[in-house]
Design a protein around this ligand. Structure first.
Ligand code: PMT
Length: 396
């Protein structure tokens, strides 16, 4: 897997820098060309000569010393990388990467590279858990960076908490996974729906739901990063998703129309949106006055988008459930003629509507079930695309 791969290994100033030596050695033995980049602080914990000896390569420590025949160090290394791994990553480099700072060699390489970036944080538990570090990590995740979560344990500062760099096996697994995933969706056209629909009652009111669109947007960004041609049909403007087509809709009928217009040329449809099952039978032209003591609004069924669309594409749905999770999801898989359904337990804290994490069980048409732990929505998205990549490969 690692033969002929160039891995830029960024080491920053943490006591866990010593673990980077073992990582560099493991990657080199597995056949990778490891280009080590050390920040000034990293060199206070471990000397460049250690890394040079283990990787048999020069170690880059500043912007201004050219490497071999490289003309501009940060651009050359950024272009050469198949993957960049920042291990250990301090709160400082995480903040710099989150905001696009480029004030030293490592941060400049991260900004300049188009390769996937894996980040293995290591720091004091309070620094890791602080809201600003968590916000920065969430920003990186949303931009497609892969975060290898630190472990809970005894820290160098004598505290016990979350902040110890993940073990080397976990980091190596992440590298292998990324190299396998990289562009495995290239050439695939995917249509993804996101957010909750809004069914108008009158010009100022609607019937809606708690969907934030985060799950659907995470699916779109993950598919894009794996090389897919993405159309995102969304009811929300979460971020500015780049390099994909974004169609903004509000109601279930607008979403149905947008799906119909795009899905006929797609390979995969993923319905992560929470689509209204009922809508007001009529929309009042003017704002309803609060004259009546009781107001009855007659509702009618919306069309089921998944049931309506026909075509030769993989059909993937989500089932947001508050009871009988798996039975209800299995039934929807069959009733809606799906290839895969994500049974989404929305009763668990941190799962479902609005959160950055989700807890799903993937159930495929052939009866296989994959019970995933609570994980970032971006990681859930990648698990869905792992299934798609594996299953479309088999079908081809
Ligand atoms: O947006 P977030 O805040 O990140 O939250 C994510 C989520 C909880 C909304 C998402 O993960 C999720 O579970 N989405 C599906 C919610 C839902 O509507 O489930 P359902 O069981 O009602 O519908 C089953 C499937 O049929 C869904 O794929 C749905 O998009 C689809 N459907 C539903 C109704 C309808 N009229 N047409 C449809 O195609």
């Amino acid at each position: 897997m690692l033969t002929d791969k160039t891995i830029v290994l960024g080491i920053t100033g943490s006591i866990a820098a010593y673990k980077a030596a073992e990582l560099a050695s493991r990657l080199t033995k597995a056949g990778a060309k490891v280009e080590t980049v050390m920040t000034e602080a990293a060199q206070r914990f471990i000397v460049p000569l250690t890394l040079q000896s283990l990787t048999h390569r020069p170690v880059a420590c500043d912007m201004w010393t050219p490497l071999e025949n490289f003309s501009i160090t940060h651009v050359s290394l950024a272009q050469a990388a198949d993957v960049a791994v920042i291990a250990p990553a301090t709160a400082n480099i995480i903040a710099k990467m989150a905001y696009g700072l480029a004030d030293d060699l490592l941060s400049s390489i991260v900004l300049a590279t188009k390769a996937p970036v894996i980040v293995a944080p290591a720091m004091n538990n309070n620094m890791y858990e602080s809201s600003v570090t968590q916000e920065n990590i969430a920003r990186l995740r949303a931009r497609g960076f892969v975060i290898v979560e630190p472990e809970i344990g005894h820290l160098a500062c004598n505290a016990i908490g979350k902040g110890r760099m993940a073990d080397i096996d976990t980091v190596v697994d992440a590298i292998n996974m990324i190299l396998r995933r990289e562009r495995d969706m290239a050439g695939k056209r995917v249509v993804i729906t996101a957010g909750g629909t809004r069914e108008p009652i009158d010009p100022v009111r609607f019937i809606g739901n708690r969907s934030s669109g985060k799950m659907g947007h995470a699916l779109a960004e993950a598919a894009r990063d794996r090389g897919a041609d993405v159309t995102l049909i969304s009811t929300v403007s979460l971020s500015q998703p780049s390099n994909m087509r974004v169609v903004h809709v509000e109601s279930a009928s607008q979403m149905l129309e947008a799906v119909m217009q795009t899905v006929w040329q797609a390979d995969v449809l993923v319905m992560a949106a929470a689509v209204a099952d009922y809508r007001p039978k009529t929309t009042q032209e003017n704002k309803i006055k609060k004259d009546a003591a009781v107001l009855n609004i007659e509702l009618e069924r919306t069309l089921d988008i998944l049931a309506e669309v026909e075509g030769d594409f993989l059909r993937i749905g989500f089932a947001a459930e508050t009871e009988n999770l798996l039975d209800n999801a299995r039934k929807k898989l069959v009733d809606k003629r799906l290839d895969l359904i994500a049974a989404n337990d929305v009763t668990i804290a941190g799962s479902g509507f609005g959160s950055d994490t989700n807890k799903v069980t993937l159930i495929s048409r052939d009866g296989k079930e994959y019970d995933l732990p609570l994980m970032p929505k971006r990681d859930v998205a990648d698990k869905v695309w792992d299934w798609v990549a594996a299953n479309t490969r088999r079908a081809a």
